[in-house]
Design a protein around this ligand. Sequence first.
Ligand code: PAF
Length: 284
Amino acid sequence: MKVIKTISAMQKYSTHCRKISRSIGFVPTMGALHDGHRALIKADRHTNRIVVVSLFVNPLQFGPREDFQQYPRTLTQDRLFCEKAGADILFVPNGHAMYPDGFQTTVLVGKVTQGYEGQSRPAHFDGVTTVVTKLCHIVAPDRVYFGQKDYQQAIAVKQMLLDLNMPIKMVMRPTVRESDGLAMSSRNTHLKPNERGAATVIYHALKEGGRQIRLGERSGARIRGAIERVLNTEAVVNVDYVGIMHPDTLEEMKKLTGRVVLAIAVYIGKTRLIDNVIVRVPTL
Ligand code: PAF
């Protein structure tokens, strides 16, 4: 595996790959890699000739009171991780090269970024879609890989690729979970032992939502209530939102039909965690 640190070297490499018709699959990350990233790299490896992983903690997607400074930075482990997982290239640009003095362009996606994460974290998605646009221009992949845990992010990127005529396919892969159901996340390392225990309630709550739907409940409001009741059994958990959303438009679903995304954001102590499941609604 080769580590590329400059934008020009990365562009030169991808131009060469494209010239000799090698497909490029791209996994953008902020590091602190875990099995969720491993699954993305594996899916990428399966389909593409060249596997590129980027590692860049993007300041633009963190709010002023968010955890940019505290975000785990584990470059040495991440490098080994990528090598073992089967990446060909680890691209590690530096902050000043990505956002030099005078940088002034932002990519804003509309409606699908406005609710849920977009409401709780203003400007977060502007930072995500800006950096993903830049990284995709530099890496020039055929496919870009995202985990389902960040469902709204994946949909925002898909919309952006479509709207900006970027010839790149967004591939979303299922969330990878710990054995007790907690979705893998770089932020899990911030949890204190009692908080880590309590965090399992997130997946229990999502499963309860799915169970109620299978039992015949079709009211979005009542499913939200059922999910919140489970979350509230843990005193250290503070609910930010419970979303009952359409899988494509991300609009709130009042009456459930087809497929629905049940999404949760909570604070556990100072750590903010998100998770979701997609449920197929049986016809009654
Ligand atoms: O999901 C992430 O880790 C980040 O939002 C991403 C896509 C790498 C952009 O910084």
